[in-house]
Ligand binder design. Structure first.
Ligand SMILES: [Zn+2]
Length: 157
């Protein structure tokens, strides 16, 4: 008795999937802002909505500027340092920029921690003394200079 192997009836479904045209319209995304600006009063006060808490606030021009200082990262909205920008709001140099602009002795540090072009100037204000970095410049260091100092002294274990 020859049993006929049941023909594998492969059901080819020709459901024409209407592929939604991958509309890769250039998603222009505006720089992230903490506040959505609602209106400005006659006296020059700004009505804004805090995007995080949703609360509406009334800010003076100066307060509004203070809230954007440092300006938040355009990518993720973080204001005080992320992988895109350092805490001074400056973009990190890319690998090719590191090759071109960063002195060889600072390249490993630049790759490990991310350095901006301005950071290179800050590094000139720092000097190494008996294995410890310190500020050698006479002008008062900014926050990012101090952060670099910490990274140099304690950052890379
Ligand atoms: Zn970011």
């Amino acid at each position: 008795m020859a049993t006929q192997p049941s023909g594998d009836s492969v059901i080819t479904s020709d459901t024409a999937e209407t592929k939604e045209a991958a509309d890769s319209a250039a998603t222009e995304h505006a720089p992230y802002q903490r506040f959505e600006h609602l209106s400005t009063s006659e006296s020059g006060l700004h009505y804004v909505r805090d995007r995080r808490s949703g609360t509406i606030r009334l800010l003076t021009e100066q307060e509004l500027q203070d809230f954007n200082d440092p300006p938040p990262c355009a990518e993720c909205g973080e204001q005080f340092g992320c992988e895109h920008v350092n805490c001074a709001g400056e973009p990190a140099l890319s690998e090719s920029e590191i090759e071109l602009e960063v002195p060889p002795e600072w390249r490993p540090f630049a790759r490990a921690e991310g350095l901006s072009r301005q950071d290179l100037e800050r590094l000139k204000k720092l000097g190494e003394h008996e294995g410890e970095y310190r500020v050698i410049s006479t002008d008062s260091p900014d926050m990012r200079t101090l952060e670099l100092l910490l990274l140099l002294n304690y950052g890379n274990g």
